[in-house]
Design a protein around this ligand. Structure first.
Ligand code: DSN
Length: 421
């Protein structure tokens, strides 16, 4: 029996699509820094019968009967999250990162109150107060940027802005910032102006769990995260909270914002948190960073300009204009070469968000496949070669075949091609 046989029998059209995606994930060098490969154990939990159950409420206080096992599962996920990250309390119900952040806003702010977050084009997230987001429309955002020359966070400027704008909530955390974030500095600024501090560690949660990035837990009132990026869990969200704000935030998540939690996701998260507490995962987290550093160095040798000239974490922001192209074009050509990344604005970009100057790449997925520093040099070579064949689709096809051959030596967690043959 193959692992997708039931889908194949019921819905061959969909089977072909899932199988195609599975093949794509195996044959390509996946460099989108927010993506990963989950383990088979996480996949099994996520695909389990827990999807059949409704469980509005929290463990021990639900609105529906039949919660014996769901309560145990949610308690287990919470206990593992608190233990792994050293948090007072955890809420594992947010459907993903955006609802997790919105739960914090709903708990701690009234509409119209001021939130201070990193501007999207400088590496922040939509939910950090960007104008098209509900967080930028229902609250009063003041957005911070990176330093115009260094492209690093400027903590003195942040302090001045906080003093002037008097936010009720400061958000630290990013989706495209390649350096260590100083959470202690953020906490001291928040304390000085009497603001809550929310750290959105979605991108770096796995690095924090594995000790490869300083933890925000001692400094933040609340830490939000997705569970599927470097943490290598199922698609979902989680909040790690100080005792003082936890009850209010729990009420904001349910019943304030959401209905029944996704119990299959909670179970997948419990598995991922167990995996993330192992020595193997610590080694994985450190290898992500070592790989990113090696890839950054190899790219620099090929003449690519990197924002902040390198990386301390899992991601690299490349200024594609430094090699005579632009982000959108390069991302599309790389995709045709079997290397998958995303176009990205760079700080103070003069181009538009849908045709920006940069691309964003990262090492979580390729590190999950066991690639190491040696392979980073090879990947930099592939990226470099793509620049010479920007207009040559036949040459791009040849590189794609080479990339697939290269990937073939690295088993991908959770991918079971061939199981049903
Ligand atoms: N979409 C995520 C990322 O790629 O960074 C952020 O939510």
């Amino acid at each position: 029996m193959g692992h997708l046989d039931h889908i194949k029998a019921t819905d061959p059209e969909l089977f072909d699509m899932i199988r195609g995606e599975e093949q794509r994930q195996f044959d390509t060098i996946r460099l989108i820094p927010s993506e990963n490969y989950v383990s088979l154990a996480v996949l099994e939990a996520t695909g389990s019968i827990l999807t059949n159950k409704y469980s509005e409420g929290y463990s021990g206080k639900r609105y529906y009967e039949g919660q014996k096992y769901v309560d145990q599962i949610e308690d287990l996920a919470i206990a593992r999250a608190c233990e792994l990250f050293g948090a007072d309390r955890a809420n594992v119900q947010p459907y993903s990162g955006s609802p997790a952040n919105l739960g914090v806003y709903f708990a701690l702010l009234k509409p119209g109150e001021t939130v201070m977050g990193m501007a999207l084009p400088h590496g922040g997230h939509l939910t950090h107060g960007w104008d098209v987001s509900i967080t930028g429309q229902y609250y009063r955002p003041t957005q911070y940027t990176v330093h115009p020359e260094t492209h690093l966070l400027d903590y003195d400027a942040l302090r001045d802005q906080a003093k002037k704008e008097q936010p009720k909530l400061i958000i630290a955390g990013a989706t495209a910032y390649p350096r260590i974030i100083d959470f202690e500095a953020f906490a001291s600024i928040a304390k000085e102006v009497g603001a809550y501090l929310l750290v959105d560690m979605a991108h770096i949660a796995g690095l924090v769990a594995g000790g490869a990035h300083p933890s925000p837990i001692p400094y933040a009132d609340v830490v939000s995260t997705t569970t599927h990026k470097t943490l290598r869990g199922p698609r979902g969200g989680m909040l790690l909270m100080k005792e003082e704000v936890a009850d209010t935030i729990d009420r904001a998540v349910f019943p304030g914002l959401q209905g029944g939690p996704h119990n299959h996701t909670t179970a997948g998260l419990a598995v991922a948190l167990k995996e993330a507490a192992t020595e193997d995962f610590k080694a994985y987290a450190h290898q992500i960073v070592a790989n990113a550093r090696a890839l950054a160095e190899a790219l620099k040798e090929k003449g690519f300009k990197l924002i902040t000239d390198g990386t301390d974490n899992h991601l690299i922001l490349i200024d594609a204009t430094s090699r005579g192209t632009r982000g959108r074009k390069l991302a599309k050509v790389l995709n045709r070469c079997g290397i998958v990344c995303n176009m990205n604005t760079i700080p103070f970009d003069t181009r538009k968000p849908f045709d920006p100057s940069g691309i964003r790449i990262g090492t979580p997925s390729i590190t999950s496949r066991g690639m190491k520093e040696k392979e980073m040099v090879k990947i930099a070579e592939f990226i470099d070669r793509s620049i010479d064949i920007l207009m040559d689709k036949d040459a791009q096809k040849l590189v794609k075949a080479e990339v697939a051959e290269f990937c073939n030596d690295f088993p991908a967690p959770g991918i079971r091609l061939g199981d049903d043959e």
